[in-house]
Design a protein around this ligand. Sequence first.
Ligand SMILES: [Zn+2]
Length: 496
Amino acid sequence: MVRVFLIMKEGWEAIIGMEIHAHLATATKIFCGCAVETGAEPNSNTCPVCLGLPGALPVLNENVIELGTKAALALGLEVQETSIFARKNYFYPDLPKGYQISQYDRPFSANGTLTIMTAERDDSGHATHWKPMDIHIQRMHLEEDAGKNVHEGLPEVDKYSYVDLNRAGTPLGEIVTAPDFRSSWQAYDYVNHVRRVLQWVGASDADMEKGNLRCEANVSVRRIGEEKFNNKIELKNLNSVRFMQKAIEYEIERQIAAHEAGEPVNQETRLWDEKNNQTRVMRSKEDAHDYRYFPEPDLQPLSVKAEFIEQVRSRMPELPDTMRNRFIETYQLSFADASQLVGDKDLAEYFETTARITANPRLAANWVLGEFTRELNSSGKSAAESLVTAEDLAELIITVESGKINNNQAKEVFAEMFASGKPAAKVIEEKGFEQISDTSAIEKIVDEVIASSEANVAAYRGGNEKLFGFFVGQVMKASKGKANPKVVNDILRSKL
Ligand SMILES: [Zn+2]
């Protein structure tokens, strides 16, 4: 029996809004020429601009505008003709200027509608009933990232904080939604959607483990029918989508329980405590910053022309959802198969090439999602890293279809192709799998078998049909297993 996982307590609804910070995948920082790279010697990628030294002036990196435009278009946002950089003032050791250059009331892009696919999950976490959902994305603005305070593996960390400013000045797109989500799984599906499209269009690596995509969730609950919002909790530092989902789920339950018990739910920032599977307070509202935003005097208003946006749009690849729908329509694939294929752009392209060459999309999808995906998973390789090209796989599929080798042999051949990168024909030859389908060659063997088994032939013709298998076995044996079984059957039937 399937019980729907984590049903919302009756009479209550959750109100969830999401904020995502995504590093835009530029080679250099947003306002200076320092390299953006992970794993560099601390503070080696710095200069007077990103160190915040007095008198240093920011210059906007043009590539940020291109990647920002790609991201905005992929998320259904409107790029604004004019946006304005603003100083967000606060003090923190990883922010040497004492302010972060961000955008405030005139963001880079706004007013987006993004259609995502979302599903609730059953007990084992399997998605049930995918359906489309429109998310209103209020804005994506551009800003610089701060540096990082480092405590691990350094001397006297109980006394000192260490600051690494390599990350300071890395370009970010901050993507803010309306409070549209009503469940943790909707938020989960949204973040995965955003990650995938940002990677897909090349706007961001969107790798949460490496910290180049971070998300925050604003969560509150209210009784169904109530208009006013209750205090919301901000969940921060969620470093995986799964932890985010768990943290939201925990918060929903915690807040409903508090409201029902008549206890206050304070507006505060909480963190996910992975060890104890619960959220805990990071800071309360009293510590909230007043950022005193004002326009950045050292940067011009940013103006993005319509022609530029159209140029970027024309260079964008087909987006995954469009591709998925096309796969369903053109190739008659199921929603699940098509979704799995577009889960990775290289895999989707691999499938499509294989489908086109073989002219058999169903079989191509079976191979790509079956043997190919299995080999990728067990080797830890991506589709792009595979030694077997889509053309090689197509050749193998065509060979199986022609009846030259059977399906089990094909699987064995494919495993060898994947390991060695050799083409199908070569592996088939090496393994001696080539089937004999030549009728005259098989006829000759059949004649010999019939001639040498007089007694059995007589018995078979006398009505012992079970003996048919005996003849098939003899012919296969004489051909060393290479005879095409279907041809053998046909010839035996006609000769006996
Ligand atoms: Zn710099």
